[in-house]
Design a protein around this ligand. Structure first.
Ligand code: G6P
Length: 611
């Protein structure tokens, strides 16, 4: 949600910032802007994609060795040139970029207006920079001190970078709740919402912590906290390669990420599962492993696709570990009065590790004594750091807004967790344990096999691309897959789609079925197979168009469905990792055929850092 990039050093800042903003565009793409210092502090901003801003800058050739840039996902104020970041202070001597939300901006704005400040935009961020300006002039202090004082007056979440007309080698940055990474080069610094704009320049980074303020001045980085106490920067090496954040010959990141899944799942399993030795271990879960084994219940908090992975985990933990599981939308959990007992276990699932609601939900659970396990993809992310322990997906950067390889990675990690707990508790037999390990090892090859359906899926997409509605049905482990298939389609093709447990169809959705309605049924062989065959018949009796995802060799459903897509057999608990693949491809192809922007669907953002 909003991407920020800033640079100070010896190179021309503008191209570095623009390139960085393009890498961060998945975070927001309704407008973009930069502030550059060459004599004056000049702001250039434009509604639309970063490429629109680039066109403006092309003619100007602004040379500056310092600058800040922003790509926006609107919260306060519609997407237009004026509301785009950066924002000036009244005297145009300061400018800010901001990711997050200032909750008390309205009252601050009223006070500042009473003191003569005039605002151009409707944003909360403009209030922030006026506040800093106001505090500085009232206290006659340094800019760093003014930022610190202003931060103590704002309520909300932020990652900010401030630039001043008077200091061509100083940037001030701060964070609370929204991510900020500082890349350390030779005599130069790169600041960004995540490491992707930084990786091609340096692999040494510092992740700013909440309530920290970073001042870069005359080639030196110093970090202080909100009380002005000096902090020691913890410099980390980035484990990220440039080719991981490029499209690698694919037309879209989403397609690249779909096809990467055999590899991303292999990376997720690497070193953790060695079936021949009966070895299964998650290195990140040690000290608190017993808490998980002894848990009387598990609460899972997540949003979006991660929430769907959480639903699969509910089945996994209940099946293998016999622990009751509740799966909660993080946004609902945090705003009711949830019952959390000391020692309860909370699993937070998040690709980005930055989703504001999930982060707030775990802070709430922690404050009530729960033990938090994070299942995140982004290493060093806020949720990963706020958790007691956890396991990374190791799926590599996911850039397409619609999540694909993160989902399969999440289910893989959660399956490993449930199997470990089941084994320790003795709630699964040794033979089930060993057979699950072999199945896990074979999953990447089965995903590879499922990807071979691409051509038939393209054909199905051509047939149904103009449908107005889609229904997705599944039972048992495939019910969350139905939800995920429907979400993928909605997100990127803007076709209305619903996912339902197949048996629930009779309680409502069946009324929607007519000869126009594509019904995608995930009907792989498991203990609900006979039941779902009956559900297919019910759809057919109402002339619905059945697209069935079936287990390889299933001749029975082939006779009933208009289209069948075969996937290899696996243990039913691991089937979501395989059966979701055709649904990802189907939504991708339909979106492309409809001319939609697959990687940057309208109104969405990859990382939702506002509640
Ligand atoms: C956004 C993204 C989804 C994602 C959800 C949760 O809505 O567009 O793809 O599933 O956030 O994100 P997280 O990073 O917490 O998994």
């Amino acid at each position: 949600m909003c991407g920020i990039v800033a640079y100070v050093g010896h190179r021309n800042a503008c191209p570095i910032i623009i390139k960085g903003l393009k890498r961060l565009e998945y975070r927001g793409y309704d407008s973009a802007g930069v502030a550059l210092l060459n004599g004056d502090l000049n702001i250039y901003k434009k509604k639309g994609k970063v490429s629109e801003l680039e066109k403006v800058l092309e003619h100007l050739q602004v040379n500056s060795t310092i600058g800040i840039g922003h790509t926006r996902w609107a919260t306060h104020g519609e997407p237009n040139d004026v509301n785009a970041h950066p924002h000036y202070s009244s005297n145009k001597e300061l400018a800010i970029i901001h990711n997050g939300i200032i909750e008390n901006y309205a009252s601050l704005k009223t006070e500042l207006q009473a003191r003569g400040h005039q605002f151009l935009s409707e944003t909360d961020s403009e209030v922030f920079i006026h506040l800093i300006e106001d505090v500085q002039s009232n206290n006659d202090c340094s800019l760093e001190e003014a930022v610190r004082l202003a931060l103590s007056m704002v309520v909300g979440a932020y990652a900010i970078v401030v630039i001043s007309k008077h200091d061509k080698d100083m940037l001030i940055a701060a964070r609370k709740g929204s991510p900020l990474v500082i890349g350390i080069g030779k005599g130069e610094f790169f600041l960004a919402s995540d490491a992707t704009p930084i990786i091609e320049y340096t692999s040494e980074v510092v992740y700013l912590n909440d309530h920290e303020i970073a001042t870069i001045k005359k080639g030196e980085l110093s970090i202080t906290n909100i009380h002005a106490t000096k902090q020691t920067p913890y410099i980390q090496k980035l484990d990220l390669e440039l080719d991981q954040i490029e499209k690698g010959g694919f037309p879209h990141f989403m397609l690249k990420e779909i096809f990467e899944q055999p590899k991303s799942i292999t990376d997720c399993l690497r070193g953790r599962v060695i079936a021949a030795n009966g070895h299964l271990q998650l290195g990140g879960i040690r000290q608190y492993a017993n808490k998980l084994v002894q848990a009387e219940r598990i609460i899972i908090v997540a949003c979006g696709t991660s929430w769907h992975a959480g639903l699969v985990a509910e089945y996994l933990f209940e099946d293998f570990a016999r622990i009751p599981v509740e799966v909660e939308y993080a946004s609902e959990f945090r705003y009711r009065n949830p019952i959390i007992r000391e020692g309860d276990v909370v699993i937070a699932i998040s690709q980005s590790g930055e989703t504001a609601d999930t982060l707030a939900a775990i802070e709430l659970a922690k404050s009530k004594g729960a033990i938090i396990f994070g299942v995140c993809n982004v290493v060093g992310s806020s949720i990963a750091r706020a958790s007691h322990e956890g396991a990374y997906l190791h799926a590599g950067p996911e850039i397409g807004v619609a999540s694909t390889k993160a989902f399969t990675g999440q289910v893989t990690v959660l399956a490993m967790m449930a199997i470990i707990v089941g084994n320790k508790k003795g709630t699964i037999t040794d033979s089930v344990y060993h057979s699950l390990l072999f199945e896990l090892e074979n999953i990447p090859a089965k995903v590879e096999q499922a990807l071979k359906n691409n051509a038939i899926i393209l054909e199905i997409a051509e047939r149904f691309k103009d449908a107005k509605n889609f229904l997705y049905l599944g039972r048992g482990y495939n019910f969350p897959v139905a939800l995920e298939g429907a979400l993928k389609l909605k997100e990127i093709s803007y076709i209305h789609a619903e996912g339902y447990p197949a048996a629930e169809m009779k309680h409502g959705p069946i009324a929607l079925i007519d000869e126009e309605m594509p019904v995608c049924v995930i009907a792989t062989q498991d203990n609900t197979y006979e039941k779902i065959v009956s559900n297919i018949q019910e759809v057919r009796a109402r002339k619905g168009r059945v697209i069935a995802v079936v287990t390889e060799g299933d001749e029975h459903i082939k006779k009933m469905a208009e289209y069948t897509i075969e996937v290899p057999a696996t243990h039913e608990s691991l089937m979501p990792i395989v059966s979701v693949i055709p649904l990802q491809l189907l939504s991708y192809h339909i979106a492309v055929l409809r001319g939609c922007n697959v990687d940057q669907p309208r109104n969405l953002a990859k990382s939702v850092t506002v509640e």
